[in-house]
Ligand binder design. Structure first.
Ligand code: CU
Length: 151
C-alpha cells in the first residue's frame, strides 16, 4: 500500500499549492465576488439603467439583493421578459458562475434621478448581497446610445 500513501501525499501537496495560489486568502468556502464591466448609459429622462457582471469564484452561491446610490433613493433591480421589464427581489449568482446584467436583459434601474449624470462622470453604486459584504463600484457614464432599448 505504499503506492496509495504516495498518492495521498501528492494530492495533499496539490491542494496546499492551490490554496496558496489564492494569495494566502483563507477560503471559507463561501462566495467570492468580483464586479467588472460596469457602465451607465447617459440618461435622457428621469431614469437610468446600469449594467455589469458579477463573477463568483467561490464554491457557494450568493444573491444580489439590493443596490443603493447617491443618484437615487429608489434603486431597483429588474429583469426583462418578453421585452417588458419587471422588478425582482434578487438575482442569483451561482457558485463558480456569474450574474450578467446587460442591455435587453436584467439590469439595475435608478428611478427619480436626483441629477443628470453626464458621459465621462462616475456614479457611486453599492451592491448588497445575501451572504457577501457590500461591494462599492464607481460606475462610468457612457454615451446615451448605450441606453437600454426598452425605454
Ligand atoms: Cu428597468
Amino acid at each position: 500500500m505504499t503506492r496509495r500513501t504516495t498518492l495521498t501525499a501528492l494530492s495533499t501537496a496539490v491542494a496546499l499549492a492551490g490554496a496558496m495560489a489564492l494569495g494566502g486568502c483563507a477560503s471559507t468556502g463561501g462566495p467570492e465576488l468580483t464586479v467588472d464591466g460596469a457602465f451607465i448609459p447617459q440618461p435622457v429622462g428621469d431614469m437610468a439603467g446600469a449594467f455589469l457582471t458579477v463573477t463568483n469564484d467561490g464554491d457557494a452561491a450568493d444573491r444580489l439583493t439590493s443596490v443603493s446610490s447617491p443618484l437615487s433613493d429608489d434603486v431597483q433591480i429588474h429583469e426583462t421578459k418578453d421585452q417588458k421589464m419587471r422588478r425582482v427581489q434578487s438575482f442569483d449568482i451561482p457558485a463558480n458562475g456569474e450574474l450578467k446584467l446587460e442591455r435587453g436583459g436584467s439590469h439595475i434601474m435608478f428611478m427619480g434621478l436626483k441629477k443628470q449624470p453626464k458621459q465621462g462622470e462616475k456614479v457611486r453604486v453599492e451592491l448588497h448581497f445575501e451572504k457577501s459584504g457590500p461591494i462599492t463600484v464607481d460606475v462610468p457614464v457612457e454615451a446615451a446610445t448605450h441606453n437600454p432599448s426598452h425605454h
